[in-house]
Design a protein around this ligand. Structure first.
Ligand SMILES: *Cc1c(COP(=O)(O)O)cnc(C)c1O
Length: 234
């Protein structure tokens, strides 16, 4: 049986559009000197399509589900870093700890402690972000904004964890208000100069709001549908 070569030109088109729009936004919002990372969010996407995006220059992949990631990772080309961005149960930390460069979705001291423990076992310092439930939405994970500073202070004491910044998924209705609020929290925590942490990453902005996210200081946008098209759940 001959394998038909799949046409991924739609990914090229989407990628070019995203690069163009981000270039526009950094100029418009005075951020031309800063680097904005583009993450390809891979949920439901075939590894061949993911590898195509990587071949275009994407250097970060975002994984939401442990099981899906486990079934796909052997097919990845390996030239992009994988970061975990989905809700992470403590009992699943052990499956991903050796292969993700960042866990963006740390939203409790309990989860942080579990990551610290497993990272210690394999002799790794695990980079993490604190995920903030900025819209205080029941359907979303993330720590309450009133508790995020305390979580970061606690994580700064953990030997096998390195806090690198914050992540959020603002509500789809009125994202701008919440993106702005995230930027303020990021600035406030940065100003505390907490030992053993770096506040280098503000991960916010998805297909629907990445331009606004750049306006409010995002350093890493996470794009799924805008790059790969609509999701098809099996
Ligand atoms: C799915 C997802 C994204 C990407 O969403 P799109 O709207 O497809 O761009 C970004 N971040 C997280 C945490 C996600 O789960």
């Amino acid at each position: 049986m001959t394998q038909l070569k799949t046409d991924f030109s739609y990914i090229d088109d989407n990628y070019n559009r995203i690069i163009y729009e981000i270039g526009d936004a950094v100029a418009k919002y005075g951020r031309s000197d800063e680097k904005i990372d583009i993450m390809a969010v891979t949920k439901t996407v075939d590894p061949a399509a993911v590898n195509h995006a990587v071949s275009l220059g994407i250097r970060l992949l975002g994984e939401n589900r442990v099981q899906e990631y486990m079934s796909k990772k052997e097919f990845y080309s390996g030239s992009a870093d994988v970061q975990f961005i989905g809700h992470l149960q403590t009992n699943k930390v052990k499956y991903i700890i050796d292969s993700v460069s960042m866990i963006q979705s740390v939203d409790s001291i309990k989860l942080a402690a579990e990551i610290d423990k497993h990272a210690g076992r394999i002799g790794k310092i695990q980079n993490v972000l604190a995920e903030v439930n900025i819209g205080n939405e029941e359907s979303k994970s993330g720590i309450d904004k009133s508790c995020v500073k305390e979580l970061i202070y606690q994580m700064s004491e953990m030997k096998n964890i390195k806090v690198c910044g914050l992540m959020a998924i603002p509500p789809a209705t009125d994202p701008e208000r919440f993106l702005c609020e995230m930027q303020q929290i990021y600035i406030d925590i940065s100003a505390e100069n907490i030992d053993n942490i770096s506040m280098d990453v503000l991960s916010m902005g998805m297909s629907g709001d990445y331009i606004e996210a750049i306006k409010y200081g995002s350093t890493l946008v996470r794009i799924g549908r805008g790059l790969f098209g609509p999701r098809h759940y099996p």
